[in-house]
Design a protein around this ligand. Structure first.
Ligand SMILES: [Zn+2]
Ligand SMILES: [Zn+2]
Length: 499
């Protein structure tokens, strides 16, 4: 706690004034003028209280002594246990620029447009869950200096022949990229931090712990070098774009090389050690049964990222109204033979199957956090520690590969077993794989079309059955949508230096 020099009250950082302000007498003072005993400038650490959630194990730090009554990560409302700790000092910080009121306003205007969102998400209770949290980031500085060597081709046509000439392009490169920042916490999903980026470095201030007073901060738990390759690739593609735009190369098509590392070699790409930063976010979690939805707002720019589940009742009523409307509009124009109708229903079942499969893939990708490099890094390190513990005497060597391919290239291999598990949806009080409806529908339609019965009743009956089965998969898609719009409850095995 920082004491007010005037009355001894609690000083907190005020966003409006960008200064420290007393709760009681409104005295303001400069954050750099305040020091705690253990926070001497020369040390690389600062004293903080770490709160641990008993339910999910998530940790959050604060420089105030006030207790935390709920967990921002899993949404549980319990008293979090606390302990004192010395935390590594970041170099710079962007203090909050968006006030809590402005954050709530931005969120409400987003929710107003979300027609099918459950009303709990728009109520006061949800709004009061917003909490100001500083998220640790690493910022990389990339330099490209030296003689760049690229391959290039030139294609043209002469008479009946196509020619391709190969060139070796050389030139001097002198480029630098700064402020390539990536979130350094495994708790914040990389997909969220991408959505609320960028932060403007113009508001960065030298760090002093007083800025954290009145807010919370997340703990950095990811190795410094996890994002080196990502930073290099951003620089490489930016430089390649520039080179392609240069006059002499316009007709020449410079080829950047196939692998990221060969790109870095040909462009002389190097990085400096990253710097630790803290960036502000307003963070809210909404617990829905055994899932959780997050709303996150950039505390500097007000950019918003929000998981928006839908209210199935609201959604069904609107869809039904639309279907009735379509029926009356199409009825006079559309005439179908019984066979045509059956083929159409079969096609519909195939389409729903594909939709269901795509949705399941997305859920799988989100739940296993394939797009979150920071989280993947932590899991890998934990797995590595486990193997170490198992065989302490053996000299094992684990190759630790930092240069993961860029996010979109991570292959998504889902076995049939995983697909089966992820397909299960609670219907009729049982967990049934949602795609079964489409499969049955297709089988029924194919059998009838092959047997080719004389009476039309078979076709109409078949259509009706096929439609019912397809409806089952459609319902499953709808129910799955909410799984997709939310996240599994987090389970943090180990964060920071705790056990
Ligand atoms: Zn005071
Ligand atoms: Zn929790």
């Amino acid at each position: 706690m920082y004491e007010c020099p005037n009355c001894g009250g609690n000083l907190k950082f005020s966003i409006e004034d960008q200064l420290m302000k007393c709760d009681y007498c409104q005295t303001t003072c400069d954050p750099y003028s305040l020091h705690k005993e253990n926070d001497a400038e020369e040390t690389f650490a600062f004293e903080a209280t770490i709160f641990t959630c008993p339910q999910c194990g998530g940790e959050i730090l604060s420089t105030d002594n006030s207790a935390a009554e709920f967990c921002s990560f899993c949404g549980a409302s319990t008293i979090l246990s606390s302990r004192l700790s010395n935390e590594k000092r970041p170099v710079r910080i962007i203090p909050f620029q968006i006030t809590e009121d402005a954050c709530k306003k931005a969120y409400l205007s987003r929710m107003r447009r979300a027609l099918f969102a459950p009303k709990e998400l728009k109520q006061e209770k949800a709004l009061n869950q917003f909490r100001g949290i500083y998220i640790p980031y690493y910022t990389y500085h990339v330099i490209q200096k030296g003689s760049a060597q690229l391959k290039g081709t030139k294609q043209y046509r002469k008479g009946d022949y196509d020619y391709t000439d190969h060139y070796r392009l050389t030139g001097d490169i002198d480029a630098s990229y700064s402020n390539l920042s990536f979130d350094a916490s495994s708790t914040l999903d990389d997909t969220i931090s991408r959505q609320i980026s960028p932060y403007q470095p113009s508001d960065e201030k030298q760090f002093t712990p007083a800025f954290l007073s009145g807010f919370y901060a997340d703990i950095s738990d990811i190795g410094e070098d996890v994002y080196i390759e990502d930073a290099k690739q951003i620089a490489n593609s930016a430089s390649m774009k520039k080179i392609r735009e240069m006059k002499p190369f316009k007709s020449l098509h410079p080829d950047p090389g196939i692998t990221p590392s060969s790109q870095s070699t040909s462009l002389c790409t190097k990085t400096k050690r990253p710097e630790a930063l803290m960036y502000p976010v307003w963070f809210m979690s909404y617990r829905h049964k055994d899932r959780v939805a997050y709303a996150t707002i950039n505390g500097q720019t007000g950019k918003i990222s929000s998981d928006i589940p839908i209210d199935p009742v609201k959604y069904l009523i609107s869809t039904l109204l639309l279907a009735v409307l379509l029926f009356f509009l199409l009825n006079p124009v559309l005439t179908l033979t019984p066979t045509g109708l059956l083929i159409l229903s079969a096609l519909l079942s195939v389409v729903t199957f594909i939709l269901f499969w795509l949705e399941t893939r997305k859920i799988y990708r989100r739940d296993t956090r394939l797009d979150d490099k920071g989280y993947q890094d932590l899991t890998r390190r934990q797995a590595k520690e486990k193997t170490k513990k198992k065989a302490p005497k053996k000299a094992t060597f684990t190759y630790y590969n930092h240069s993961l391919p860029v996010t979109k290239e991570i292959p998504l291999s889902m076995t049939f077993g995983e697909f089966w598990t992820y397909s299960k949806t609670p219907v009729f009080g049982r967990q049934l794989p949602g795609f079964l409806g489409s499969v049955f529908a297709l089988v029924i339609a194919i059998i009838i079309l092959m047997v080719h019965p004389v009476s039309d009743i078979w076709y109409y009956g078949g259509c009706f059955l096929t439609f019912l089965c397809t409806l089952f998969t459609m319902a499953a898609i709808l129910l799955k949508y909410n799984t997709l719009a939310t996240r599994p409850l987090p389970q943090f095995i180990r964060k920071g230096d705790g056990k």
